[in-house]
Design a protein around this ligand. Sequence first.
Ligand SMILES: *Cc1c(COP(=O)(O)O)cnc(C)c1O
Length: 499
Amino acid sequence: MPGQARRGIHFVEPLIFERGAAGRHGSSVPALDVPAADPAALFGAQFRADAPNLPEVSEPEAFRHYVRLSQANFSIDSNMYPLGSCTMKYNPKVDEHVARFGGFANLHPYAPERMLQGALELMYRLERGLAEVCGLDRVTLQPAAGAQGELTGLMMIRAWHAAQGRNPRKVLVPETAHGTNPASCALNGLKAVPFPAGADGVVSAEKLAPHVDDDVAAIMLTNPNTVGLFERELPRIAQLLHDKGALVYGDGANLNALMGRTRPGDLGIDVMQFNLHKTFTTPHGGGGPGCGPVGYKKTLAPFAPTPTVEKREDGVYYLDHDRPQSVGRLRSFYGNFGMMVRAYTYLREMGAEGLRGATELAVLNANYLRACLGDTWHVAFDQVCMHEVIISDRHLKDTGVTTMDVAKRLLDYGFHAPTVYFPLVVRGAMLIEPTETETKESLDEFVGALEAISREAHEDADMVKHAPHLTRLRRLDETRAARNPVLRWRPPTGGEAIG
Ligand SMILES: *Cc1c(COP(=O)(O)O)cnc(C)c1O
């Protein structure tokens, strides 16, 4: 095996679904001691005539099957996952524990309000906590993802303009923005107008000014931005927009670099989304549940999604549906409630000091990586960064090794790749976000792996270009996997599997 990696992922044997033998099973049920009922009489046409063709396996076989499946995927619970912009931090297990409390997990969504008081109180308190963190007046917990939060925020902005008899069509979006920003504009029938950041990577109020005209509804800014830099002109930019009757939308996905230190609302942001699955922990990725609450200033309150969670003077919590100017309901029932439980647990567990500490450590870790990697790799904006740092494949140009090859080779070393080829403004970008939950040792190992890969690229480029070598599968056709996913197991010899 070329280039012996230090922490490869090993598989004991290939994953196969076709295990077991007829008559093998994993349970022992006592013999029937009552007269057998006729299932066809009980279930009528719903009762199938033939048993499904399923594998018959022992308990250890079933167990090993699922554990192996879990090992075939890369996970934050086994290794470092520095996927920039995604804040793949360790999720404290106490959050999982609390989310599984029967009183939360088994709540029926149609239960009457008087039986939901605990859940409503948790939502009410979480809203207050998040409002404090972002420095805005209220927060809706409904949206089920950051992207849906953006959609919600822009809907509220549109409704706010409409209530004043205005209908501005443009939203200013910097070129570095996440793809969901222009998509949210499009879904709102608004036109995303891209504009470049300055050469130093941040938006300049002076350069922005000519773009702000009467047809601008809002600006969407990510702070820190997607190149990992603090938007230090934000208060001036907000002033510029407010003077023209426009609003400032904050993409809050990078709150992990601000929480406890500064508040978006204090910097001039009117409305923003949280990504609870990023900043406030919850396992994410792989299409798992998200939660993208939206914080907003009082002036936008009439337009917030319905219902809101309110508290009566006698201490009873209720859902307020009587909101005539609301943009409506964005999500069925109450949103992804389990994530709210995790986020609330995390907030209480961390406290103000803890949130601030996490922010400081996340920023320190990213700057440590920037300093260490700068010896070998090209750092795109070599200045003090926030919680993430961008390197590129520029110094590997002569070797033919690209960012994609480096990403794949990192898997052999036991690291998930950083975010690659994003943001678009840096050629061959690798956006690295270590988060506060990595130790100095794992950061050093990550630096060691990238230094080794740089050496390998110069000495044995072909080997890097064919990486990964140690994973169960090699390079996948990612487009086909996304467009034509095979999500259902089918038995090998005809028969019908249950979906
Ligand atoms: C993750 C992210 C989003 C979108 O959030 P989702 O929860 O994935 O929908 C938007 N903007 C930025 C900067 C992000 O990193």
